[in-house]
Design a protein around this ligand. Structure first.
Ligand SMILES: [Zn+2]
Length: 269
């Protein structure tokens, strides 16, 4: 799947989940909390592809998401790709093939998803608002890059960086500061998980079972069979899937916001 589909799936899942909690568990969120969670989940849904590096020294290549903050994120991607490849070789079994690139390995596993969600929560709990503002800055940048890819392409990474810094600062100024922020860690974790699911419906698949060894393979790639797998960049992805995700996100957003708007005008439903 391409970046924008991943980001959109993160946003749609977060909004739909929030709507379900609102309806069935009586769990309500402020509009700001909703916006923050949606942006962070959209960003989290791009995070695993930060393992697709390019050439930092020549400022070339890399996944779109790796270019969010220019060479800075390209460098992070380089580090993540090398660490992933290291973990691949450290845990590979005899029937796992040789690789020269770490893409779609460590960052596309369930333990990584759990670690990122837990790590985010721990950072927020420990360092409070400063951790929150840094994580928001990073995740909102990824979300902008994914959700508004054409704009981000035209605007360039400096504008994207400034826009995410402004959004993070606005949130920082308006977020209550006297409590933990478990939703941020959850949003990042859910985003990573949705990314893995998105890659699973493509042919290449993901090592979803890692670290469970199966038939002398630790890194078995699990994906849909050729006939029904989603082809990256195909009409099914760019038109059908994105339209469905947009509709889901829009419906959930309307369902969440409409009651309070109606209430303000004294209309009961
Ligand atoms: Zn991926």
């Amino acid at each position: 799947m391409m970046g924008p589909s991943h980001a959109l799936s993160g946003a749609a899942v977060w909004l739909a989940g929030s709507w379900a909690l609102d309806q069935f568990a009586d769990y309500h969120q402020t509009p700001l909390a909703l916006a923050v969670g949606t942006a962070v989940c959209a960003g989290g849904a791009l995070f695993p592809d930060l393992d697709l590096s390019g050439k930092v020294t020549r400022n070339q290549g890399g996944a779109t998401v790796a270019r969010t903050f220019g060479v800075f994120s390209l460098f992070i991607a380089e580090v993540m790709e090398k660490i992933s490849l290291g973990v691949y070789y450290a845990t590979k079994l005899s029937r796992d093939p040789r690789r020269n690139n770490g893409h779609r390995t460590l960052t596309h596993t369930l333990p990584f998803t759990g670690l990122v969600g837990w790590g985010t929560t721990a950072l927020c709990a420990h360092y409070g608002k400063w951790a929150v503002v840094s994580i928001l800055f990073f995740m909102i940048g990824l979300a902008l890059r994914g959700l508004f890819d054409e704009w981000a392409e035209r605007a360039g990474w400096v504008i994207v960086t400034l826009a995410s810094a402004a959004a993070a600062w606005f949130t920082f100024a308006n977020l209550p500061g006297d409590r933990g922020y478990p939703l941020i860690g959850l949003a990042v974790g859910v985003g990573c998980f949705v990314h893995i699911l998105g890659d699973m419906i493509t042919r290449a698949g993901v090592p979803i079972l890692w670290p469970i060894p199966i038939k002398r393979r630790m890194w078995l790639m699990v994906g849909l069979p050729n006939g029904i797998a989603l082809r990256t960049g195909s009409k099914a992805e760019v038109i059908v899937l994105r339209a469905a995700l947009t509709a889901l996100a829009a419906l959930a957003a309307v369902g969440l916001v409409a009651p309070s708007v109606l209430h303000r005008f004294n209309i009961e439903v």
